[in-house]
Design a protein around this ligand. Structure first.
Ligand code: AMP
Length: 215
């Protein structure tokens, strides 16, 4: 099964993708994570993407589509893909069709996480992750059980994304509204779009997604 999780920054795409990975052995393909890894490693792609990401603008379609193709090739053909943060433009949506088609895959579901944008700024600006295992936390909504110690792996190192500040978040949301939301009709025409209330608590959102995947 191949699915897209769609929604503005902070909608919970990454959190839900991680849960699907754990429950079903699917693979999360997050272009944001791939780009952050490239920036950290100082690769040519990372050098090109760094400033664009810091401004909250979109990296070029060619770069992200190439990353997705490489990741899919590294996966077993039987492993399902969860696209998280990709596609973000009409050109990327067209590339994804070609990329999947060339690999004998089809797109089964596009799940849109519906959220209240004003609440997102608070969600995003308080979030951080374990630097070792990537588990997500939040200053207000989800602190580790023992302060400063990761619940999952015991690490005491945490990190925040440099683009999780209010100014950049506003730009990222404007990019979403202008370039990403308009791709939904492409998938609506195919009858594969489902909407989930992304403002519900995390377990409810997971249950709603599971229901869609079973139907
Ligand atoms: P994310 O982790 O999905 O919020 O992405 C963080 C940043 O990486 C975005 O604000 C963009 O600058 C860049 N990025 C991630 N995915 C894409 C994509 N599919 N197309 C263009 N830029 C992207």
């Amino acid at each position: 099964m191949n699915i897209i999780l769609l929604g503005p920054p902070g909608a919970g795409k990454g959190t839900q993708a991680q849960r699907l990975v754990e429950a079903h052995g699917m693979r999360q393909l997050s272009t944001g994570d791939m780009l952050r890894a490239a920036v950290k490693a100082g690769t040519p792609v990372g050098l090109q993407a760094k400033a664009v990401m810091e401004r909250g603008e979109l990296v070029s379609d060619e770069i992200v589509s190439a990353l997705i193709g490489e990741e899919l090739d590294a996966m077993g053909p039987g492993t399902g893909a969860i696209f998280d943060g990709y596609p973000r433009t009409a050109a990327q949506a067209a590339s994804l069709d070609a990329i999947l088609g060339a690999r004998g895959r089809t797109l089964d579901h596009v799940i849109e996480l519906d959220v209240d944008e004003d609440a997102l700024v608070e969600r995003i600006c308080g979030r951080y992750t374990c630097a070792n295992c990537g588990k997500g936390y939040h200053d207000k909504f989800e602190q580790p059980r023992i302060p400063g110690v990761c619940d999952k792996c015991g690490s005491t190192e945490f990190k925040r994304r440099p683009d999780d500040n209010e100014e950049t978040v506003r730009t990222r949301m404007a990019e979403y509204r202008a370039k990403t939301a308009p791709i939904l009709p492409i998938y609506e025409e195919r009858g594969i779009v489902s909407r989930v209330n992304g403002m519900a608590d995390i377990d409810h959102v997971t249950a709603a997604i599971e229901k869609i995947l079973k139907d």
